[in-house]
Design a binder for this molecule. Sequence first.
Ligand SMILES: Nc1ncnc2c1ncn2[C@@H]1O[C@H](COP(=O)(O)OP(=O)(O)O)[C@@H](O)[C@H]1O
Ligand SMILES: [Mg+2]
Length: 273
Amino acid sequence: MAVNHPPEAALIVDRVSKTFPDRSGSVDALNDVNLSVGFGEFFSIVGPSGCGKSTLLNIIAGLEAEDAGSIDVGENGASSRDESRLGQVAYMPQKDLLLPWRTVRQNAALGLELTGVKASIAHERADTLLQQFGLARFADAYPATLSGGMRQRTAFLRTVLTDRPVMLLDEPFGALDALTRRAMQEWLLDVWSEMQRTVLLITHDVDEAIFLSDRVAVMSQRPGTLIHTHPVDLPRPRTAEIVTEPAFMEIKRDVLRDLQSSMSLNEGLNASQ
Ligand SMILES: Nc1ncnc2c1ncn2[C@@H]1O[C@H](COP(=O)(O)OP(=O)(O)O)[C@@H](O)[C@H]1O
Ligand SMILES: [Mg+2]
């Protein structure tokens, strides 16, 4: 199915499919995924576990190659090959991938350093955010000594500091307690609106997806495809109370209904998650 993409799209995923070989043959991870995210848009994807969400982000980031279809990232939606997509997006993978031999400060600054910023300047900018993230005391600590939540905040900070117009976030707040999670969400909204970034977020949390996003897409069970996209026409700036408003709950009901229908009964029996 061909899709008409708006010319202002910052990210276009066009009919992307992906199959992985495995011991018993192959795993169809993605099937015909179509997606178009506008410049400055906040777009979220929710879907059952194992449906191919992380695979999609890996492909967009250029870490995996698509088997079919194409991805366009960047100015004018210009087409680019896998290798040249690497480094075009700021990517927070589901696994935090902190470098064990670098301190929190050095890990946080890594994305900036990789884009050519001098280490001392990158460290200074990281320090400012470490303060805001409640990590200042741990700036010289190594990842192995941190809690899961602190590691996740460090990885998130690194991603935010990576100065790229498109940000891909794969379940960025999953390891955080409810309060820290809410603080991070509000902080992310500030960054997003100030810096006019384009965000593609994966989350299990329907409230989080609606609270943050302009649109929320529901992905089907594996092989994943986007089955429905819900516009979130709620005013901004949004505050925590919005989750109890009828307009919010109506969207939530629709998303949950799609999510429910996207899961088949034998989901729990699926070995390859
Ligand atoms: N590199 C890989 N090699 C083989 N199978 C993979 C690989 N990456 C993911 N898969 C499989 O593809 C499917 C989708 O995985 P993933 O994208 O991680 O799902 P999600 O992020 O939605 O939980 C799963 O069945 C997973 O086991
Ligand atoms: Mg995943």
